[in-house]
Design a binder for this molecule. Structure first.
Ligand SMILES: *Cc1c(COP(=O)(O)O)cnc(C)c1O
Length: 355
C-alpha cells in the first residue's frame, strides 16, 4: 500500500528554523520576545496534578470559552478551541473542501493554506494583492474556502475594512476565514468590524504570538454558534489538553499584562521601521509583530546568511510573484520579528556593519 497520490506529489509545509542554541537571537518565527503572564505559569502548575493528567480534558474547553467570551463580549457558543490556530485551519479545510474542490488564499502570504489544499486533494488558487496590499486584485469566485490572513504575513499589512466587507458579502454563502493570528497587533479586527456575525465568516486567533504561548499550542475560532456546532463534529474530541486550556484561560484573563507587552512590541516595531529605513531597506508599514524588508541594491539572501553567521536568525522569504505591479520575480525579502529592544539594538548594529 502507498499513501494517496496527492500526498506523494506534495512537498509538505516547511516551518521556520527552530535552532536550540540559546546564544542565538531568534527573529524568524514571530514568537513574542517577552515571557507569558506569570499567572500562566501558576495556572499550569495548579493544573498539573496526577488526577488531572489521568482524566480527559473538557472537550469544548468550556472554562476557556466562558473566560474568552467575557473578555471579548461574545457568546461562549461562538467559540471553537484549537490545538494552535493551525489545527483550526485544518478543521475548516476538512469541513468545507471536497476532494477536487478549491482552496483560495492570497500570495505572497502564509503558505500553509496551499499545503492544506494538497492534503485534502483540492486545487489551490492563489490570489494577488493590489500594489499597496489594501485589497485583493481579484475575487475567488468559485472557492470552497477562502483564507485571508489579516494582518498578512510576510507583508504585515491589513486590507481595508471596506474591502473586507465587500469580500464577505460577495462570496456569501461561501466561507471566508479571517486568519487573525496577528490581529492583536493591529488597530482593528474582524470582530470589531462586526464580521463574526456574518453567516459565512470564521475568525481564527492564536495564542502563539500576542500571548507569548507558541510552546503551548492553543488557538480559537469565532463564528456563529450554528456554524461552530458543525465544526465541533469535525475536530478531534479532545483537541486541547488540560495544561494548554489552563494556560490559555489564565492568559486571556490577564488583559493588563497582555496590553503591557503589546505596547512594548508596537513601540519597538515603529523604531525598527524607522531605523531599517535609514539603513536603506524598503520597509512596509507593519500592523503585526514583524516587519517586511526589501532592497533594490542587493540580494537579501546574503544579508540573511551573514546575520545567521553572526547568531541572528531572521526569515528569508522568496515567492514566485509579488503584489500587482511588482516587477521582481521571484519576489524576495526578509521578515524580521519584533524582538526586545536589546535584541533589536544588536540586529541594527550588525546590519550597519553588513550593509
Ligand atoms: C503563526 C501563524 C499561524 C499559526 O498559529 P498557531 O496558533 O501557532 O498554530 C496561523 N496563521 C498565520 C498567518 C500565522 O502566522
Amino acid at each position: 500500500m502507498t499513501v494517496r497520490a496527492n500526498i506523494r506529489a506534495m512537498k509538505g509545509y516547511t516551518p521556520g528554523e527552530q535552532l536550540n542554541d540559546p546564544g542565538i537571537i531568534k527573529l524568524n518565527t514571530n514568537e513574542n520576545p517577552y515571557p507569558p503572564s506569570p499567572r500562566v505559569v501558576e495556572a499550569i502548575q495548579a493544573a498539573l496534578t496526577a488526577n488531572n493528567l489521568r482524566k480527559y480534558p473538557q472537550p469544548l474547553g468550556d472554562q476557556f470559552r466562558h473566560a474568552a467570551a467575557a473578555v471579548l463580549g461574545i457568546d461562549p457558543d461562538a467559540i471553537l478551541i484549537g490545538n494552535g490556530s493551525d489545527d483550526l485551519l485544518t478543521i475548516l479545510t476538512r469541513a468545507y473542501v471536497p476532494e477536487g474542490g478549491i482552496v483560495a488564499s492570497p500570495t505572497p502570504s502564509y503558505v500553509l493554506y496551499q499545503s492544506l489544499a494538497e492534503i485534502q486533494g483540492a486545487q489551490y488558487q492563489p490570489l494577488r494583492f493590489q500594489a499597496d496590499w489594501s485589497r485583493l486584485a481579484e475575487m475567488p469566485a468559485a472557492a470552497d474556502i477562502t483564507f485571508l490572513p489579516n494582518p498578512n504575513s510576510p507583508s504585515g499589512t491589513v486590507v481595508s475594512a471596506d474591502f473586507l466587507k465587500e469580500l464577505v458579502h460577495q462570496l456569501e454563502p461561501r466561507p471566508v476565514v479571517l486568519d487573525e493570528a496577528y490581529a492583536d497587533f493591529a488597530d482593528s479586527n474582524g470582530l470589531q468590524q462586526g464580521l463574526a456575525q456574518a453567516p459565512n465568516v470564521i475568525i481564527t486567533r492564536s495564542f502563539s504570538k500576542s500571548y507569548a504561548l507558541a510552546g503551548i499550542r492553543f488557538g480559537f475560532a469565532i463564528a456563529r454558534p450554528a456554524l461552530v456546532r458543525e465544526l465541533i463534529k469535525v475536530k478531534d474530541s479532545y483537541n486541547c489538553d488540560v495544561l494548554s486550556l489552563a494556560a490559555a484561560t489564565a492568559a486571556i484573563q490577564d488583559q493588563g499584562y497582555f496590553h503591557d507587552i503589546r505596547s512594548k512590541i508596537l513601540a519597538t516595531r515603529e523604531r525598527m521601521v524607522r531605523e531599517l529605513t535609514a539603513l536603506g531597506f524598503e520597509v512596509t508599514p507593519s500592523r503585526a509583530n514583524f516587519v517586511w524588508c526589501r532592497r533594490r541594491d542587493r540580494d537579501v539572501r546574503a544579508i540573511y546568511e551573514e546575520l545567521k553567521r553572526r547568531q541572528i536568525l531572521v526569515r528569508y522569504m522568496s515567492y514566485p510573484i509579488g503584489p500587482m505591479g511588482s516587477p521582481d520575480e521571484p519576489y524576495t525579502g526578509l521578515r524580521i520579528s519584533v524582538g526586545t529592544d536589546a535584541e533589536i539594538d544588536r540586529l541594527l548594529r550588525e546590519l550597519q556593519a553588513i550593509v
